[in-house]
Design a protein around this ligand. Structure first.
Ligand code: DX5
Ligand code: ZN
Length: 217
């Protein structure tokens, strides 16, 4: 199974973003956490920063929208050139409409759920999305501990994806490091966001290699 690692720049040094991107050149995509102080109790960056990242990043961008009104914003991030735009089911009145809007603008559409949100209501929508993100921490902050309680839900999602035969990526985000990535991979994840464990490492390239090896075990 192909494994993808997406370092989250929330854990990068914002003063040296260009250099930080170069440190993770061996990654598959760059994960960009957009937070609006409403959907989550934290604020990060928005469209102007993402537009500059699109222009300057050697890797494609995986934008994770933690915002109250994804129906308003998701299309703009797709249009800005994000390779993938993920929005939260909890904030979406009509997830299918948002996903179609993202795809229509040429980006991959991702649907995210928080640790306490059940996956069942969203399984019938798998053919409308390119990725499902199961949060393994409460969204809002980097550096939190992995919630193993989300693993049964991840397994359920993996079974459903395999049953459809669709190549829907299964992503996990939060607390992913060399000690937790194996458990998430075993439960069916193939796309891993890692913030502090990659950018906090002295040699980010070595850490990426370690994460890949542990996910493949
Ligand atoms: C949390 C964000 C995550 C976060 C992950 O709300 O969605 O992407 O940056 O950070 P770590 O890997 O440090 O848990
Ligand atoms: Zn994220």
């Amino acid at each position: 199974m192909a494994i993808r690692i997406h370092p989250s720049i929330l854990a990068a040094d914002f003063l040296r973003l260009g250099d930080e991107l170069a440190r993770v050149a061996d990654a598959d995509m760059i994960h960009v956490d957009v937070m609006d102080y409403h959907f989550v109790p934290n604020l990060s960056f928005g469209l102007p920063v993402v537009e500059r990242l699109v222009a300057g990043s050697p890797l494609p961008l995986d934008v994770h929208l933690m915002v109250d009104d994804p129906a308003r914003w998701a299309g703009d991030y797709a249009e800005a050139g994000a390779h993938s735009v993920t929005f939260h089911a909890e904030a979406a009145a009509d997830p299918v409409d948002i996903a179609r809007g993202i795809r229509r603008r040429g980006a991959r559409a991702g649907l995210a759920i928080k640790p306490g949100t059940p996956i069942e209501p969203y399984l019938p929508l798998l053919d409308e999305v390119d990725m499902v993100l199961v949060m393994t921490v409460e969204p809002g902050f980097g550096g939190q501990s992995f919630l193993a309680s989300t693993m049964p839900k991840l397994r359920r999602l993996r079974e459903a994806v395999d049953a459809t035969g669709l190549d829907v990526w299964v992503q996990v985000d939060g607390g992913i490091n060399e000690d937790t990535i194996g458990e998430a991979a075993d439960a069916g994840a193939n796309t891993f966001v890692a913030g502090s464990s990659v950018f906090g490492a002295e040699h980010a390239g070595d850490q990426l290699a370690l994460l890949r090896a542990r996910a493949a075990q």
